[in-house]
Design a binder for this molecule. Structure first.
Ligand SMILES: C[S@@+](CC[C@H](N)C(=O)[O-])C[C@H]1O[C@@H](n2cnc3c(N)ncnc32)[C@H](O)[C@@H]1O
Length: 179
């Protein structure tokens, strides 16, 4: 089992592994997270993976062969142009969000758009390499309406890069409240 799944089991305990879920992955890149989550959910999850980068999506398609996943090239800040579904789980792994206002604006748009597609009680899970990135995510998320945002946690399953950073080093979850 991957470290991502070990993290999921420990920090996203409100999502049952045996549930049948509609999962949205924003900024999916090569969709490694969807690959492992499919394993965790024993193939019972359905994925929509969105990214703007053709090259990354080429590899995402390879990685998700045989998995119930749709892969879309689109700006994830405009999800209403690709789906009208609602989702039980939204994943954002390694958004690499900097403090540049343009970057903050990009991810604010993405999380805002994703939050509009979340079913009541659905969960958003963001992981970052660094503490600064997760603080930026928190700042952006605080602007969302109808979201209960959990504390930032340091992921004990992270593979360390240095003393303060690592793969999925920090995790923040939020859940959508009924409007
Ligand atoms: C550092 S990569 C992480 C990829 C993958 N989640 C992972 O952990 O391996 C961040 C991804 O976000 C995507 N991205 C950034 N802004 C986006 C946007 N507005 N819409 C869709 N994808 C976006 C980038 O193209 C990139 O693939």
């Amino acid at each position: 089992m991957s470290r991502y799944i070990e993290m999921f089991k420990d920090y996203v305990w409100n999502i049952p592994a045996n549930g049948s879920l509609n999962v949205l992955v924003v900024g999916c890149g090569r969709a490694v997270e969807a690959y492992y989550l499919n394993e965790y959910f024993s193939g019972n999850a359905r994925f929509l993976c969105v990214d703007i980068d053709d090259k990354e999506l080429y590899y995402a398609k390879e990685n998700l062969i045989g998995i119930d996943a749709r892969i879309k090239k689109h700006n994830a800040a405009r999800l209403n142009e690709v789906t009208d579904e609602s989702f039980d789980l939204v994943i954002s792994r390694h958004p690499d969000i900097s403090s540049d206002p343009l970057d903050l604006g990009n991810w604010e748009g993405i999380y805002n758009s994703a939050s509009e597609r979340m079913a009541p009680g659905a969960t958003l899970v963001v992981t970052t390499y660094t503490p600064k990135e997760i603080e930026n995510v928190l700042m952006v998320m605080k602007k969302l309406r109808n979201m209960k945002i959990g504390p930032i946690e340091r992921n004990k399953h992270s593979l360390a890069i240095n003393a303060e950073s690592g793969l999925d080093g920090y995790i923040l979850t939020a859940s959508s409240l009924p409007s």
